[in-house]
Design a protein. Structure first.
Length: 154
């Protein structure tokens, strides 16, 4: 598993312990779905302004959001052989994540891990547009986070 971290914000310094937890969340999501660890994920931490711009440009929604997921097409569609297949990109607004952590009365660490987990399931093909899809995705997220002891009281 190769995780490309890109921290483009100054709101909160991300420590090594949090980055290790994030890696464990990504690996657990892959394991939960039966994937090997021969994948690459790009994870960027950005400001509210940057995520708003991305949300506007890529989704046509001109407002701040917490996380965006950009799944990539499989290598099969391009007939290219890479050592690791990129699943896609995850972009998280640390400022928005901090606001949500306060709203939900849990730690910023837990909120970031939840957002990474949520996005990983998007990269693995899940969505939550329909109620049944949302229930399935939420159940998977809770199982992964509970297995790693990343709970709301963290």
């Amino acid at each position: 598993m190769d995780i490309i971290f890109d921290d483009r914000q100054e709101f909160k310094k991300l420590n090594e312990d949090l980055l290790e937890k994030i890696k464990s969340v990504i690996n657990e999501c892959l394991d939960y779905e039966g994937y090997s660890d021969d994948y690459e994920v790009s994870l960027s931490f950005v400001t509210n302004d940057e995520i708003r711009t991305l949300n506007r440009d890529y989704r046509g929604i001109d407002k701040v959001t917490d996380v965006l997921s950009f799944p990539l097409l499989t290598d099969d569609e391009f007939d290219v052989d890479y050592e690791e297949q990129s699943l896609g990109d995850i972009v998280i607004s640390i400022e928005r994540a901090n606001e949500q952590a306060k709203e939900y009365n849990h730690s910023l660490e837990r909120e970031i891990c939840f957002l990474v987990c949520h996005s990983m399931f998007h990269l693995l093909g899940y969505d939550h547009m329909e109620e049944e899809e949302a229930k399935e995705m939420h159940s998977k997220e809770e199982e992964v986070l509970n297995k790693l002891s990343i709970t709301r009281d963290l």
